[in-house]
Design a protein around this ligand. Sequence first.
Ligand SMILES: [Zn+2]
Length: 126
Amino acid sequence: MLHKNITLKGFYNQMINIDNFKKKLLQEKEHLLEDAESDKEIRAPQELDQTCVGRLSRMDAMQMQAMAQAAEERRKNRGFQIDKALKRIETDEYGYCIKCDEPISEKRLEFDPTIQVCVDCAQGKF
Ligand SMILES: [Zn+2]
């Protein structure tokens, strides 16, 4: 048989479009990096000491900086999740629940390609 070396897991990997998810993950990562780049100036503390903030008061500028820092924190976490998902693609583990090893539904992965657990585990059924 031609496909005798393909495991059930490998077979399932062919059923979900891994390349599609990989592309999505890489695209999102790129966006994160772009956003981080455009936010850089707001986050830089020395910017606040200069008068180049225009009409913004110092309080506003500080608030913006805090928001930009929180956004950066979220981006870092998201980037971390994306990297983990990409790593799972490389090791052929992508699309499987890290808790019970069952396949994660494609719809769920469409919703968030970094999801690591199946719907049952996410709801604490196991
Ligand atoms: Zn599970």
